[in-house]
Design a protein around this ligand. Structure first.
Ligand SMILES: *[C@@H]1O[C@H](CO)[C@@H](O)[C@H](O)[C@H]1NC(C)=O
Ligand SMILES: *[C@@H]1O[C@H](CO)[C@@H](O)[C@H](O)[C@H]1NC(C)=O
Length: 619
């Protein structure tokens, strides 16, 4: 900490220029606690319900199997799992942290006691595993489903069994932190602090060079979770450990704004960028902000498909390579889950920009909503989202592609992140600062904003309809501003009315419209209309190849059980809406009539997202 006179001196000579407010003072809108927002009936809630039903059904003792077995405790007669949690799978127990987080989210948002009890039981059992480390021959604090010797091999750079040990540790730590945060569970706190202490001890012995070399192996968001632990505890020790995981080979080019992503394993990188955003907020060092922001700009601008996903075969391809990589293994879901987390960390730093939530909406609606099988009562999901002509979710290759996950035989990374996605669909709809409410997403929901003593109820059938209504309830105290994102995809006919009267405010697409300083009354109704039009989303690398969208919704061709061997040519001028409402269109492609529907609804059929295009969309 600088003495104030020294800081004054440095300010005078300009040395602190560019240094942002210190830890904890990062300005900008804040998210609401999950417990204050609930979804109401909608497609979003249906997704949440399916995931919650799986979370309350899955056998907790099966999920404990590898932890208990590794820490030399009885597996209590439970069966072992298959897939990425099989007893011989290298990074088994990577998935359990996602279950912990999802149970914590379920409890936080729904006050569901069964989710709470499952999380608490699981953590209590993890505590027993950790306490048995002496007998198991592990160091104090260690907690995992595979032996600690994997870390010795990782450090010696001799690990060659495909394990990514810190990737799994990160997930466990993040799950424990969420259970501590949302349940107030002190077991979770103690187990987490012991495990974090183990990480500190282990990594504290390594030189900078040894550490950087070790970071060549995927390590998830170790800097993210440790910076988050610092935020939770205010203990600088954890920030120091977080910064040990700053990966120079990735951070240096990003700090300089250079796109060197080509060929990198995508989901290995995104969590590091979330960590950088948190480290910026903790330290005020603008280098961290630049890394996170440049990574976001490059990825969204030059590596992202129309549906908001990135990567092919899990890897970044050359900048702007889109049309050249439309395969069965595009758009790994974890990457998008992580990009959304990065987005909601970055937006508050530049809250006048709609680019962040324009992207968030695009990726959540067009990629992650449809990642889940609506026919699965357990909310099973795909790993990739195929974008090849005639792609399909539901059937396909035995591994990856568009194949659905299963109850006990998948445990892919993307199954884990989807448990979180579908239990936190409410977490980014609203943000606030002292005197303002920000509406970023158009999702049916109820917000209880205690600081202003109001309830805000959002009713909408968006994106099937173009209107959303926000009703203010309660006895508001002071006046406050209402900011509404006017997406860049809408038209200059966007409008906002208050109690039926058009508000005389700027509603330009790609800005936040603001109703300033209104003294809100019980029953006030704000109606937001965001007209949608047909538009193309061209591939960066080929202007003749494009997806077609209506407003925010990417449309896909319904080919039923018909197969496609190449990208069909779509006559853009043939696209017509069926009827006056709804999101079904017809068009002519390859000389044949085809229906276009929201891609998030393309289930149980072969679909087509990208087209060779001809002509112009009707005005
Ligand atoms: C979804 O779950 C909620 C409880 O969280 C329940 O009120 C609602 O009826 C469920 N919806 C359906 C379609 O089952
Ligand atoms: C908050 O609103 C409730 C009614 O919804 C009212 O009874 C209460 O007095 C209000 N509290 C404050 C501090 O304004």
């Amino acid at each position: 900490m600088l003495s104030s006179s020294l800081a004054g001196l440095l300010l005078q000579v300009g040395l602190l220029a560019g240094v942002q407010p210190a830890a904890g003072q990062t300005s900008g809108p804040q998210p609401f606690d999950l417990s204050t927002i609930s979804l109401t009936n909608s497609r979003w809630m249906d997704n949440q319900n399916r995931t919650v039903s799986y979370l309350k059904w899955v056998d907790v003792n099966r999920l404990l199997y590898n932890f208990r077995s590794n820490h030399r405790l009885s597996t209590q007669g439970a069966a072992a799992n298959g897939g990425w949690d099989a007893p011989n799978f290298p990074f088994r127990t990577h998935a359990q942290g996602h279950y912990l987080t999802a149970w914590a989210f379920c409890y936080a948002s729904l006050r569901d006691n069964e989710c709470r009890d499952r999380a608490a039981y699981f953590v209590a059992e993890l505590a027993k595993c950790q306490k048995n480390n002496g007998a198991a021959g592990f160091s104090t604090g260690y907690l995992s489903g595979f032996p600690e010797s994997e870390f010795a091999a990782l450090e010696a750079r001799t690990l060659n069994n495909g394990n990514v040990p810190y990737y799994a540790i990160h997930k466990t730590m993040a799950g424990l932190l969420d259970v501590w945060r949302h349940l107030g569970d002190t077991n979770a706190r103690d187990v987490l602090l012991a495990l974090a202490g183990w990480v500190d001890t282990r990594t504290g012995k390594l030189s900078y060079q040894q550490m950087q070399s070790m970071l060549g192996t995927e390590f998830g968001g170790m800097n993210d979770v440790l910076a988050d632990l610092h935020k939770q505890t205010k203990d600088d020790r954890w920030l120091k450990v977080a910064q040990r995981f700053d990966h120079a080979a990735i951070f240096d080019p990003l700090a300089a704004g250079r796109d060197q992503l080509n060929g990198l394993h995508a989901n290995t990188q995104v969590p590091k960028w979330i960590g950088a955003a948190l480290e910026y907020k903790a330290t005020g060092s603008t280098r961290y902000r630049d890394i996170a922001k440049n990574a976001w700009d490059l990825t969204v601008g030059a590596h992202t498909y129309a549906i908001g996903g990135n990567s092919q075969a899990e890897h970044f391809r050359p900048p702007n390579a889109i049309a050249g990589y439309l395969q069965k293994d595009t758009a790994e879901a974890c990457n998008t889950y992580n990009m959304l987390r990065l987005t909601r960390e970055l937006w508050p730093l530049d809250a006048a920009s709609t680019a962040y939530f324009d992207f968030y909406e695009r990726a959540l609606l067009n990629h992650l909503l449809g990642q889940q099988d609506p026919a699965s009562s357990h909310g099973h999901v795909t790993y990739f989202t195929p974008l090849n002509p005639g792609g399909r979710r539901g059937v396909g290759p035995a591994w990856g592609g568009g194949t659905w996950s299963t109850d006990y035989d998948s445990f892919w990374c993307c199954q884990g992140t989807a448990l979180e996605t579908n239990t936190k669909l409410m977490d980014s709809i609203y943000f606030h600062d002292e005197g303002a409410l920000f509406v970023n997403l158009f999702t049916p929901s109820v917000l209880k904003w205690a600081a202003q003593n109001v309830t805000v109820t959002q009713a909408t059938d968006f994106p099937a309809g173009d209107t959303t209504t926000l009703t203010i309830g309660g006895q508001p105290g002071e006046s406050w501003d209402l900011f509404v994102r006017i997406p860049s995809w809408t038209t200059d006919q966007a409008e906002i009315s208050v109690n039926g009267e058009k508000a005389n405010i700027d509603t330009k697409p790609g800005t936040y419209a603001v109703i300033k300083g209104r003294a809100w009354k019980d029953g006030d109704k704000v109606t937001v209309r965001l007209p949608m039009t047909l538009r193309t989303v061209p591939a960066n690398d080929n202007p003749n190849v494009a997806a077609v969208a209506y407003g925010p919704v990417v449309l896909s061709g319904d080919y039923g059980s018909g197969s496609l061997s190449s990208m069909p040519t779509l006559s853009l001028d043939s696209v017509r809406r069926e009827g006056s409402g709804g999101l079904t269109f017809t068009a002519t492609a390859g000389g044949k009539s085809v229906q276009l529907k929201p891609f998030y609804d393309a289930h149980g059929i072969n679909y087509n997202v990208y087209w060779t295009t001809q002509g112009k969309l009707p005005a």
